[in-house]
Ligand binder design. Structure first.
Ligand SMILES: [Zn+2]
Length: 400
């Protein structure tokens, strides 16, 4: 997938990350195999807008996530991914999927329905949605009161800070913690699934309530319900459908994997790295029982195993507060990852992606970067624990 520019070390790291996802999922799968319930129902039944809502509930308590596709009928990557996501296995919480939100527009293969109504403008904040379909979709969301809402879309242009020119290859997000989650997902999908650097995923905040575009489903979810909301946009121009579906799936997987303890899905992320299975240290599922045994005495609650062992990446800057202060182009800033930690273990590797290149080609507990010397002043740190688990943290150095 990644091409010649990727160093050998990076390939091994990538394999490690994939292996971790597989290992964790295996452990979860056994525990929840008979503890998951699936149901589905239809909304707008008997009308041309009739569509199916899929609900998967795990025995283990956890957050509720809603994934929506097909709000725009010509954005095939989004609704194709969403219908596969409806079948995902989860280890905790509830996954609600509405793959074909706008069945009429999908049937037509157009953005809007027969009447030219753009469904993603029918969700005004603080009041009832504008159309029967929008009201039906919104009642599903209100009924399940999700912690996370993800809406999958496509765009014919790449996002470059002005939505007018396109919004592709971007994850838009609500305020607060969703920003970091979006950055992490963007970094994840770029690192694992994007060969061409010009297609690296970016993130952006939702437009404010007073600014167009207004009436978006995710805006209403965030502002009326306090949900962490995400709008994922892939580029549909000159990109094969399979690739766009893979991008959407990877973004949703990354956003939900901890919350819903996702089971690894066959045939996506994990399976297309040829190096994955050759790194026996990282992929040996047989070691799981030993690892669990080793950590048992330190761990009172079996359910918390993964959380307790996961490393936490942290970046500090010198000069301090580099992310918020105004920096001069050309100024050097030291980035210090020594505040990263893992409970009951140690960090064995510090890797850096400077300039959002989708490659972790610098290593070391501290690095020095030159502001303005890179395409983007975003730096992503990845730390790896002695158990092979990873965490990432990103920082944007502002020259504003
Ligand atoms: Zn759209």
């Amino acid at each position: 997938m990644q091409r010649n520019a990727l160093s050998r070390r990076s390939v091994l790291s990538l394999a490690g990350a994939c292996a971790i996802a597989g290992t964790g999922a295996t452990a979860v799968g056994g525990a929840q195999a008979d503890g998951t319930s699936r149901e589905s129902f239809t909304i707008r039944e008997g009308t041309a807008e009739e569509t199916t809502v899929y609900v998967t509930s795990a025995d283990a308590d956890g957050p509720t996530a809603v994934v929506v596709g097909g709000v725009h009928g010509n954005e095939v990557g989004g609704y194709t991914a969403a219908s596969a996501i409806a079948d995902w296995e989860i280890g905790a919480g509830t996954l609600v999927t509405i793959p074909e939100a706008n069945a009429v527009a999908i049937e037509r293969g157009t953005r809007t329905d027969d009447d030219g109504i753009d469904l993603n403008r029918q969700f005004p904040e603080g009041r009832e949605p504008e159309t029967d379909l929008a009201r039906a979709l919104w009642s599903v969301i209100v009924e399940y009161d999700p912690d996370i809402v993800i809406d999958l879309h496509e765009s014919t242009g790449i996002y470059a800070n002005d939505p007018v020119d396109g919004v592709g290859q971007a994850i838009f997000h609500s305020d607060g913690e969703a920003a970091a989650a979006a950055a992490d997902a963007a970094e994840y999908v770029t690192r694992n699934y994007v060969d061409d650097r010009s297609l690296a995923f970016q993130t952006g905040p939702f437009s404010s309530s007073n600014t167009d575009p207004r009436g978006l489903l995710v805006h209403k979810a965030a502002r009326d319900l306090g949900t962490d909301a995400f709008l994922a946009e892939t580029l549909s121009t000159d990109v094969p459908l399979e690739t766009r579906v893979q991008w959407h799936s990877a973004i949703v997987e990354r956003l939900l994997t901890d919350a819903l303890r996702l089971e690894a899905t066959d045939g996506d992320a994990e399976s297309d790295d040829p190096d994955e299975d050759t790194d026996e240290n990282e992929t040996d599922d047989g070691d799981e029982t030993n690892e669990e045994a080793e950590t048992d005495d330190a761990d009172e609650s079996g359910d918390e195993d993964e959380a307790a062992e996961a490393p936490v990446a942290s970046i500090e800057t010198c000069p301090g507060n580099g992310a918020a202060m105004a920096l001069e182009s050309g100024q050097q800033v030291e980035l210090d990852a020594s505040g990263s930690y893992v409970q009951g273990g140690e960090i064995i590797r510090y890797e850096w992606d400077v300039g959002q290149t989708a490659q972790f080609d610098e290593t070391g507990e501290t690095i020095t970067v030159t502001v303005g010397a890179n395409a983007r002043d975003t730096v992503v740190l990845r730390v790896t624990s002695d158990d092979g688990e990873t965490d990432t943290e990103s920082i944007a150095l502002s020259t504003d």
